[in-house]
Each structure stands twice: as C-alpha cells, then as structure tokens.
Design a protein around this ligand. Structure first.
Ligand code: PLP
Length: 329
C-alpha cells in the first residue's frame, strides 16, 4: 500500500477492464483487452481525470480559487480541467495555442459550456505556455485571486501520481479476473501517463511491458521527459525507485504528418475498433496509438498466446472537430 498525497474523488473509478474478442479475431492477433479510461467521467472522460484527482486536491490545499492551464484548441486536458474546476467550485482559465477558429466544436465547445474563460495566445511552444500562464497567474493575483497553474497535460509529479494509482487499480482487477497482461500499449504525449505507469509498475510489481506510442515527439525527446518525471514522481511519493532511459519503451513510428494531423492509419483504426467492439477512439491520441498497435500486431510483434492491454486514454470529444478528416465519403 502506497502512502498517497491528498486526493479528491472526481472520476468514475475503477474504469472497466474489458476483453475485445472481435478486434482480436479481426486482426488474427493476440488476446486483447481494453482499460476504459475514456469512461472516467468529467464531461466525456479521459486520462486527465486521474491526474486531476491529485492536482485539484493540491490546488484546494493551497487555497486556490482559480485554476489556470494550457494546451491546444482541442485539448482534452483543458476540457477535463474545466469540468474538474466546476466540480470543485473553482474558476478556470484556459490559455490555448493558436487563434480563435471561429467555429467552436469538440472540446472547445465543451470548454465554453463548462464556463471556462478561454484565451487564445497565438503560436506559443509548450514550454512558452509556462510563461504565458505565469503572466495570467500574476493578473489573477493582482485582482485579489489565488491562482493554481497546471502545466500542459497535467504532467507533474502530482499529476502523474494518478497513473501510479491506476496501476494499483489494474493489479486488483487482474487479480480478481485471474488474468495476466504481457503488454500495456497506450498514447504517450506529455509523459505524465507513461511516467505514472512506469512508477506504478515498479511499485506494484506489474511484470509486463509498458509501451507508449508517441503521438507528438521523437523517442529521444520523450525519453528525456520520462526519465526526469518518473524519478521526480517516485521522489514525490517517497519511493526509493530510480529510472533511466533504458527503463522505458517508446515507439515513434506513427507520428505521420505530425501532432493533431490524422490520416489513413488513424481513420482505419477508428473505424475498425468502432465496427468490431463499438468503442470510439479519437483522431489525435488514442486513434494514433491504436493504429500503432494494429500495425505492430500485423507485423507479428506479439506472440499469439500473449495478452495485450490497450489503455484507452479518452479523447473522443475531439472526433467532432475532425469531421472532414474522418468521414468515409
Ligand atoms: C486522449 C489522450 N490520450 C493520451 C494523452 C497523453 O497523455 P500524457 O500527456 O500524459 O502523455 C492525452 C494528453 O493530452 C490525451 O488527451
């Protein structure tokens, strides 16, 4: 049992662990399961809910009245943060890259419905967003408010703790079902999910592989983030665990035309899962990760007698912002 820091209940946990026999049959592949973190709650769910249980507990402990975070216009993280802020009675300011697209759909529509203050900040890098948010925090303070800044993706040791706890949840489900998982495969971007899973796997003795399909960064860049964040997360939890680059598995073969630019592999993956299992994945993260998993299965990367878990990290609200790219006619 781990000694977790403060946590508030925001998610519908534990999320279901389901078998995907029809997808497995369609691919002639290994036994496949899915962990339904697309059903964590918070205005259409996703992986950020687990991180926000710890991040917002931290914000409340600090006495914050305003949460500030950042991302792309279709950020699932921003939408879940907006919903979490509502549940906690906090104000939410979202600083989004780019300019106002005019039509507010997908996650952006939900941000608005959830009452978040949305500010488009132009072409800013993800690190540049930290400065932008610091400026907004100063503004909030000057007006007598108490800001709490959450970096892109909620990928801090506090946030990543959500995925350490997720491994504990999974281990209990595996025990109940008397099931063994050889590989966990999922979408990896700002590194919080993968770092949390890596720390959790060590802390709770998960013996399988943990493979992040990168959706935005080259292996080397993501590895650097994972090494730092995993070590920081372990330290945050008082665990005597140490990580180096060799401890992580990352695949960047599926970056395609770049972040947020789905093409045929994502289209095929989205339709295949929808039409075999009735489950939706998104065009930016989970569709890309699933396309990677499908390709790896077709290339024979897994033995037939192995069991693979696709950890569905959510994002389905973004489907409605990619109508042109996804429609089949
Ligand atoms: C649907 C979805 N999947 C996966 C990820 C990646 O998670 P992380 O940023 O923790 O690597 C995100 C992050 O924005 C996401 O929205």
């Amino acid at each position: 049992m781990l000694n977790y820091p403060a946590r508030i209940k925001l998610g519908h946990l534990p999320t279901p662990l389901e078998e995907m026999p029809r997808l497995s049959e369609a691919l002639g592949g290994p036994r496949l399961f899915v962990k339904r973190d697309d059903e964590t709650g918070l205005a259409t769910g996703g992986n950020k809910t687990r991180k926000l249980e710890f991040l917002l507990a931290d914000a409340l402990e600090e006495g914050a009245d305003t949460v500030i975070t950042a991302g792309a216009a279709q950020s699932n993280h921003c939408r879940q943060t907006a919903a979490a802020a509502v549940k906690c009675g906090l104000k939410c300011i979202l600083t989004l890259t780019g300019s106002d697209p005019g039509v507010w759909n997908g996650n952006l529509l939900l941000d608005d419905l959830l009452g978040a203050e949305v500010r488009f900040v132009g072409d800013v890098t993800w690190t540049g967003l930290l400065d932008v948010m610091a400026g907004v925090a100063d503004e909030v303070r000057a007006a007598g408010g108490r800001p709490y800044v959450i970096p892109v993706g909620g990928s801090t040791p506090v946030g990543a703790t959500g995925y350490v706890a997720a491994i504990e949840e999974l281990m209990e489900q595996l025990k109940e079902k008397n099931l063994n998982i050889d590989h966990i495969v999922f979408a990896s971007s700002s590194g919080g999910t993968q770092s949390g899973l890596a720390v959790g796997a060590r802390a709770f003795g998960f013996g399988g592989q943990v493979l992040g399909i990168s959706v935005a960064s080259k292996v080397d860049d993501l590895m650097g983030v994972l090494e730092q964040l995993s070590n920081d997360t372990a330290r945050h939890l008082g665990l005597d665990l140490h990580f180096s680059r060799g401890d992580f598995q990352v695949n960047d073969d599926y970056l395609g035309a770049g972040y947020g630019k789905p093409a045929e592999p994502e289209r095929e993956a989205i339709r295949l899962l929808a039409q075999t299992e009735g489950i939706l994945v998104d065009p930016v993260y989970t569709g890309r990760a699933l396309a990677g998993l499908i390709d790896l299965i077709r290339k024979g990367a897994f033995d037939k007698d192995e069991t693979v878990l696709f950890w569905h990290t959510g994002g389905t609200a973004a489907l409605f912002a990619y109508v042109e790219e996804l429609r089949g006619f």
